[in-house]
Design a protein around this ligand. Structure first.
Ligand SMILES: NC(=O)c1ccc[n+]([C@@H]2O[C@H](COP(=O)([O-])OP(=O)(O)OC[C@H]3O[C@@H](n4cnc5c(N)ncnc54)[C@H](O)[C@@H]3O)[C@@H](O)[C@H]2O)c1
Length: 270
């Protein structure tokens, strides 16, 4: 147990699985009443059951990040049930669109591009807009957005996903500027490769896992707990003088020259 979020109300989106579920559980252990919001209500309810079992306070809400009315209702129902909103962790994203369908620009379809932007970028903006209304009534709050290393670097695929995450990085700065004097901070986390059930079957599997690990400065890959701890820090008063920032939580994946892993391999050969 810790006490960073005692008497706070936190909304965690995409909290039915992976990073969001771990963060919701962590926020609850820090004392928050947590609204576990997800497209998949059953998954959200399972996270809530974990929280209740551990003695925490939580409620599951079905919502769609791609739907404005649904976002409005999420924030309104949170405020009605728990008396206000202090923290929003904008973690949900249309990750299912970021796979094979999100092809290189040469072959990219405008429909997938629009859908990705609508859900990830527009949805995060609307979550900020509607949550901030309630935060202002309480004199402030903290918004934590989820970007990605893919929003800072180019890659061989998923340009729509990457560009939507780049948009979230700049949106974070705009929100920090606009709401800062009124007590709302806004920061973003850029996860690198985080091992979840989804990435365990793709990026963190087989030869891909070795390639990724070689590019990390840590001897291990990231886990949802690593993001949950960073999100808790940014959500809480412990980070009260930090706003408009992007925090890379990626084991140093983007912190080095591109040739470092090759140089290490060369020196290992003797
Ligand atoms: N796992 C990684 O390696 C990694 C790396 C960089 C960034 N991220 C980001 O972290 C966040 C969480 O990723 P994850 O790996 O835990 O994914 P995940 O697939 O495990 O969880 C995503 C959750 O979001 C929900 N969701 C999907 N579309 C939604 C919508 N339209 N409305 C509401 N909820 C919706 C899903 O039901 C799911 O529960 C995402 O923003 C993702 O882009 C993840």
């Amino acid at each position: 147990m810790s006490s960073e979020l005692v008497e706070k109300v936190a909304v965690v989106t995409g909290a039915g699985s992976g990073i969001g579920a771990e963060s919701a559980r962590r926020f609850a252990r820090a004392g928050a009443a947590v609204v576990v919001a997800d497209l998949n209500l059953e998954a959200a309810q399972s996270t809530v059951a974990d929280i209740h079992q551990a003695g925490g306070t939580a409620a599951a809400v079905a919502f769609d990040l791609g739907d404005e009315q649904s976002i409005k209702e999420l924030m309104a129902s949170t405020a009605a049930q728990f008396g206000g909103i202090d923290v929003v962790f904008n973690n949900a994203a249309a990750v299912h669109l970021a796979g094979a369908k999100d092809t290189p620009i040469e072959h990219a379809g405008a429909e997938l591009w629009d859908e990705t932007m609508r859900i990830n970028l527009r949805g995060t903006m609307l979550c900020t807009q509607f949550a901030a209304q309630y935060m202002l009534q309480r004199g402030g709050g903290s918004i934590v957005n989820t970007a990605s290393d893919a929003g800072v670097s180019g890659d061989l695929g998923h340009p729509a996903y990457g560009a939507s995450k780049a948009g979230i990085i700049n949106l974070t700065k705009y929100a920090a500027v606009e709401y800062g004097k009124r007590g709302i901070r806004c920061n973003a986390i850029a996860p690198g490769l985080i091992v979840t059930p989804a990435t365990e079957a793709t990026w963190a599997a087989g030869p891909m896992r070795d390639i990724m690990l070689r590019q990390h400065l840590t001897p291990y890959l990231g886990s949802p707990k690593d993001i949950a701890e960073a999100a808790l820090f940014l959500a809480s008063e412990r980070s009260r003088f930090i706003s408009g920032q992007l925090l890379h939580v990626d084991g140093g994946l983007l912190a080095h020259h591109p040739y470092v892993a090759d140089l290490v391999a060369l020196s290992d050969q003797g």
